[in-house]
Design a protein around this ligand. Structure first.
Ligand code: TXE
Length: 501
């Protein structure tokens, strides 16, 4: 598809592109040079209602399809998605500015989500609780109904896929409100599902703003669940609106992940780990290794090499395969990073690398910012506590294992951490004391459709991925069968003592 559309891309409702009721469009900007990638119709509350109408009708059809057949359709969707990936990668790179090499690696994995959850739909077993007596007791997992998905811009298709694959496989119908910065690829998935055999209306996408379309979807009593990935403040707003209708909430929110490097980690390995953890996606990811907790005995050697390697990261055109770091997604996001750099300097941290925009005319038109390292950071500094969501890493030394654990747990967030050591007992011991939903040992960023993903503390509610994600898109129905034909009459006037068991 040529995204330089003359005509704006419509909302995707009931299996086809449709105009929005507002008559307005959203201009999707390429962050590398501010050129227009595409115009997309801007939906609002009435478009959300229209999408909910279509989804409600489709739910009756889709929930009646046998799970094994839904699994087959998910597999077909995976195959079709695989064929469309090269185009989708190109568009994803244009709309968010992440380097092509990152988006090829990330999007190349998406079909796995549909295959995994398709297989779960086919193989999921219910339970037969041991009720006792002459009873058969069994549970059924049934879909929730129409569910709402609110997604961000940093991994537009990956995050959407993590939500729609379990929801759809479980038999729900979906209304998506994608990020206003990255609505194109979510819209384009619609025709893939249609071709795979998903009934019209099961997958609907209404691009729009959080305060209008997002608010309408979240506060609608017609949805059974709202599943959001976004900032922690957005999560609190969404959860409080959903509570009014007792709508279920899943929320994957902010983070402040630690890379915890013990004394036995070779310097090169520690540096490679930190670069990968901290600077992928220009740091715009919820599990970014934004804090390097490093044992004091290797601190100076690690910092020296980290600074050298950070200064060598190649910024450039994200479509160029040689580019290692693209721009930030927007003017607002770069301004946020610049504000935090100024805060860090004012707090007394040492700027060891970056801290400014790159030099050169090639970068003038875009939202570029150099990868940045702060040393001499104290845990109570704002740069160590608040989510920056940019290419900034804070280095904090520690002396003991206990201190490393206390530091790692010393923020309001609890999404992810990575532990780096060859000491197997220490690795597990520390992992068990970390207050985070995800802990990697000698790795970072690793994700799989089977592996539960979500946060402790202010990092969110519920889990994406894994069996648990499928189950969280269902509700349990319990069936209690009396296997006895013996007469039972509680009110029979026969003066016998009755038992109800
Ligand atoms: O996110 P928002 P923004 C964090 C990160 C970033 C900050 C702000 O720290 O700097 O959030 O980024 C929709 N009702 N993360 O402003 O606003 C919005 O339209 C319903 C972490 O881009 O949270 C978009 O579709 N919906 C994060 C989605 O919420 C609302 C990823 C996320 O946007 C809404 C993104 C409302 N009241 C940002 N307000 C992660 N966990 O990876 C907004 N939205």
């Amino acid at each position: 598809m040529n995204t330089m559309n003359v005509k704006p891309l419509g909302l995707y409702i009931d299996g086809r592109f449709q105009p929005a009721s507002t008559g307005r469009t959203i201009r999707v900007e390429n962050p590398k040079d501010r050129s227009v990638v595409a115009e997309v119709e801007e939906g609002d509350a009435s478009d959300i209602e229209k999408a909910l109408d279509a989804a409600t009708r489709a739910f009756a059809v889709w929930s009646a399809v046998q799970p094994a057949e839904r699994g087959n359709i998910m597999h077909r969707a995976a195959d079709l998605l695989e064929k469309r990936l090269p185009d989708l990668v190109t568009i994803e790179v244009d709309q968010i500015g992440r380097p092509r090499r990152e988006m090829e690696a990330q999007l190349g994995r998406l079909p796995e989500w549909f295959r995994y959850f398709g297989a779960v739909a086919r193989t999921h077993e219910d339970t037969v609780p041991p009720f006792g007596g002459a009873f058969l007791n069994y549970t059924r997992r049934v879909p929730l109904g129409v569910v709402g998905h609110i997604t961000p811009w940093n991994h537009p298709l990956l995050i959407l896929t993590k939500k729609i694959a379990p929801a759809m496989a479980a038999g729900n119908a979906i209304v998506v409100k994608p990020s206003e910065l990255a609505p194109i690829t979510p819209l384009l998935l619609g025709d893939i599902f249609k071709e795979a055999g998903v009934p019209d209306g099961v997958y609907n996408v209404v691009p729009g703003y959080g305060a209008t379309a997002g608010l309408a979807l979240t506060s609608s009593p017609r949805i059974a669940k709202i599943d959001l990935t976004g900032g922690t403040e957005t999560g609190k707003t969404v959860a409080s609106l959903a509570a009014r209708n007792l709508t279920r909430v899943a929320a994957e929110l902010g983070g402040k992940a630690n890379v915890i490097a013990f004394a036995d980690v070779p310097v090169d390995r520690c540096v490679a780990a930190t670069l990968f953890a901290s600077f992928i996606a220009s740091g715009q990811t919820c599990v970014q290794g934004s804090r390097l907790l490093v044992h004091r005995s290797i601190h100076d050697a690690v910092v020296a090499e980290l600074v050298r390697r950070t200064n060598a990261i190649r910024l450039g055109d994200p479509q160029d395969r040689m580019t290692q770091m693209g721009p930030l997604v927007s003017e607002k996001q770069r301004a946020l990073v610049e504000r935090y750099v100024a805060i860090g300097v004012a707090e007394g941290a040492t700027l060891a690398a970056g801290g400014r925009r790159p030099d050169g005319a090639a970068f003038d038109g875009g939202y570029y910012h150099l990868p940045t390292i702060f040393t001499d950071v104290r845990n109570d500094m704002r740069i160590a506590q608040e989510e920056i969501f940019g290419p900034v890493v804070c280095v904090i030394p520690f002396d003991t294992e206990e201190e490393a654990i206390a530091l790692a747990n010393g923020t309001e967030f609890g999404l992810a951490n990575s532990i780096w050591t060859r000491d197997i007992t220490r690795a597990h011991r520390v992992a068990h004391q970390l207050q985070s939903g995800i802990t990697w040992i000698n790795d970072h960023h690793r994700i799989d459709p089977c592996s539960p993903w979500g946060g402790f503390k202010m990092s969110g509610l519920g889990r994406e991925n894994g069996l648990v994600a499928y189950e969280e898109y269902t509700q349990i129905q319990n069936i209690i069968v009396n296997l006895s034909d013996a007469p039972f009459d509680w009110y029979a006037d026969d003066a016998t003592e009755k038992r109800y068991s």
